[in-house]
Design a protein around this ligand. Sequence first.
Ligand code: NAD
Length: 478
Amino acid sequence: MNTHTAEPQHTMLAEIARRFELQRTLTRSGPAPTLAQRKHALDKLRRMLLTHQAAFTTAISEDFGNRSADETRMLEIGLLMSAARNARKNLHRWMKARRRHVDIAFQPAKAWVRHEPLGVIGIIAPWNYPLFLSLGPLIDVIAAGNRAMIKPSELTPRLSELLAQAIAETFDETEVTVINGGPDVAQAFSGLPFDHLIFTGSTTVGRIVMQTAAANLTPVTLELGGKSPVILCDDFDVTRAAESIAFGKFLNAGQTCIAPDYVLVPEHKVEAFAHAVIAHVGKSYPEIAGNDDYTSIVSQRHYDRLAAAIAEAQAAGATVLAMPGAPEVRKIAPTVVIGAPADGVLMREEIFGPVLPVIGYKTIEEALAFINGRDRPLALYAFSKERNMLDRILDGAISGGVTLNGTLLHAGQDGMAFGGVGPSGTGGYHGYDGFLRFSHARSVLKIGFVNVFEKLGPPWGGLARWITAVLEWRSSRG
Ligand code: NAD
């Protein structure tokens, strides 16, 4: 649906409702898709990605101003291909009914759990990885046998339009469909009585989405943001950590939900660490303005927000280390800030850009207290060679996910759920966990040749009371 036309609002809303009703009716009238049908849908999705990969890459780059083509291929298309392959390969096992234990009191009987499609799933995606965050959930949604409606971000209009076309060529609108538009369309979209809604975006909008969905009792998965900290321990090599943190921070110019937001460094190593980061980015990005490997900030509004946050820190006396940026192409050079004020934007809000505050700490307890004094983060990174120290950090601060002695890569694992906790998100997905997320675990009990409970009464007699007493005695034992 193209919102860049002058299509009246009510027509657009009627069209969204029409597509929803079409999908919903089918989920209520036919059997769940078979294994073969789900595999076929995943194959179609893989073919679509391969056919359009060059066009997707170009569209994303044009939307950003410049987005590294290699990063798009690796972090969006590559991860999607891998996730679709993983789902296709394992789906026959995931779909199998699971036998469950039946207590002797209920024998003879059999129990099992079937994982069944929920129905129509809404997917709302952000702009920072616009393809991966639209189609990543879709892979799990299809694997679980659902139909889907996707609402991509209005901040990547070329990609969103291309995605709508590619999906329409690949899938019938009763299977998967794309709805494009701004926050008003998004608001109406999230008000549809979906069987499940997955929202990826900011914590602020996530709160609104959860409230809107609550009116329909639509369950939500919220993939939100926040400030993901790094703890560098005293025993770990500063240069190695600096390289690893710079890699995670400056990819996509820091516009990654799990990018390291700030780094806690032993007090006496703050300067050395900051300079090691800057030395490393000098090698990774020898030039900024004309460097296709270095991504632009997605919009002027986001550029201005970041520039103002750096200026604010500088005015408050912070030390700012950076190469010159390129405002004409909305590029902010990798920037390290020492002494960012605690009440400034850089330390109050999710940075979501290539600016890395470095904060000194005296003891590991102080570093953990610093993290625990804030919202529970989406990701946590720790660098240490000592297993005990890493365990202490894992025990001491909760986060959605963790990469130890590296950054970002836990999010690329098909074998583990990805998600936040508390204000950084609700519910994880990816791989088998995504299949479970978008399935209904339906418990089935099949009674055997006799139902003992029915035989006992009413009227309840001595045998019933004796059996109840035996069960009570058994339950009261350790
Ligand atoms: P956003 O919240 O501004 O927008 C996300 C989507 O929500 C867009 O499609 C938008 O159209 C829609 N939307 C806007 N208003 C809405 C409303 N009232 N009701 C329903 N939907 C509405 O986020 P963004 O700026 O696109 O993305 C950046 C944020 O996303 C960052 O906070 C980042 O950390 C987070 N993020 C999280 C993950 C994750 O997996 N946890 C991944 C990427 C980004």
